[in-house]
Structure formats: structure tokens, C-alpha cells
Design a protein around this ligand. Sequence first.
Ligand code: ZN
Length: 298
Amino acid sequence: MMQLEERLRADIVEVGRRVHDRGFVASNDGNISVRLDGDRLLTTPTGVSKGFMTPDMMVTTDLTGRKLTGDREPSSEILMHLAVYEHRPEVTAVVHAHPPTATGFAVAGIPLDRAVLAEVVTTLGSIPIADYGTPSTAELADAVRQHIRAHDGLLLANHGALTVAQGLFPAYYKMETVEHFARISLAARQLGGERLLSREEVNRLQDLRDRYGIAAPAPLCPTDQSDNVGVDCQTLDAPAQMGSKLVEPDQAEISKAGEVPEPRIQARRFGELGPNEEVRLTYRELVALLEDAVKQLR
Ligand SMILES: [Zn+2]
């Protein structure tokens, strides 16, 4: 076996173990794939727990999902992965899991599309919801196809989440970020709502992508509309003025959780905040935060 393939098999085992250990999957859920070369993929097999895989279990397929080697069958959700590789030639790895909080948002029909955290704005941008499609069918692959050209992370309606990247570990880290962001968003909504970053700040953060070597196009929506045909591209909800918009939880979003909490902070401009209210980052703090986030990606 070639050295590269051997290493990738071991890496998939390791990512599977982490996805399982973090509770991003239950039972035999989830699947992982990587590009081996121009026309072959290496993928997890169907019907095994991602926490207990061994390198020899992996399956190689061509770009149509036809099995080339392996004792087992490829993941039943391979079609979704194929759609990603078809539309994103630079992407080399895809991770699919059912992380509970992010999947909660996907089940509730609430996209993660608010400009809240600097590192998420920079690394993932907006995380939309792909329409529901029966797992393992072309229907789900078509739903993914709608969004994947403009986004590196997707929620899958009533199902789970999908992340893609150049590299297996970066794709896995994006899954961690999606779930972490979902947990923070949920906590903020329970506390009365999110105070959003401004559009200007979002633009500045997205400009930093170049500086940190984070590849375009995803997760930026192409500014040239002619590049945007057939691409469902969702921008971040960011007001003109930082901190001037407090997004209160939608009644429908939390009605099942019982009482709707009163927002504890009123929307105000930053200049009007008290001395002990920490909601603003200096440029240096922001850069330090981003550097940490980028280090995590490597
Ligand atoms: Zn799934």
C-alpha cells in the first residue's frame, strides 16, 4: 500500500474516533471521506461505529462511488460526498456527523447565519440548512449541491451537519466549530439573544482570510452575481452598526422550552455601554483570537 494511502487510512480512523468520543455520532452514524488522487476516494465503510474502525476497513471508490477495493461496502451516504467533490475541486475531505446541538438547529429549521463570533465569521461564514432529503438518496445529494459551492459547513434539515476542507483534520475541525458555535448560539438565545457584529466588522474579518491563507471562495458569497447562478449563497446577518442589533430569540424557536425569557440587555451602541460590560474586542485581541483559530485548523 502506498505510504500516503496508509497515512490517510490511519487519519480517518483517528477522526472517526474523535467524532465518536465527542458524541457527534451515535451507533453507526456519520461518514468520512478523502481524495486519494485525481479520480479515487477513500471512505469509511457502511455499518460500523466510527469510534471503533481500523485502517483495513476503509473502501476506495471512483468519483461515481463505484467500489474499487475493500472488503466492505462504501458508506451509504457516499452520494452526498460525491456531490461535494464534483463541485469543489479544491476540497480534499468531507466529514458528516450528527452533532446534537447543531442537529437541533437543523431539526428546528434555524440556520447558523448570525455574525456573532470572529473566528466563525472568518473560517466558516454563514452555515445554511440544506433541504431535507432522504438519507442515502440522490435527493440529499441534490440538497447539498445547492449550497456547497458557497459554504464549507452545512446543516442538513432533520438530519445532521456536513463540513468540507482541504485536508481531513481541517474538515473535522470545522465540524467541531459548527457544534461549538451552535452551543454558544443556543446559550446566547437562552440568555436573551445575540448581539451581532457589524457588517463593517464582518467585512474586515473576511478580508483577513487572505492574510491567514484561508482559501476562497467558500464561505464568502461571490460578489459578482454572474458567478452565483444556481448557487444558494447565504450571507451573515450583520447590522450596519456593531452591537446595535440585539436579535431576540424567535418565539417559535423556544416555545417548546417553556417560558420566553425577557432580554436582559437592551440594544445599544457600544459607546453607551457601562465600563464593566465586555462586548468589544480590540484589533490586537481579535488578531490573537484568529491566530488561535487558524492554529486549530492546521
Ligand atoms: Zn447522517
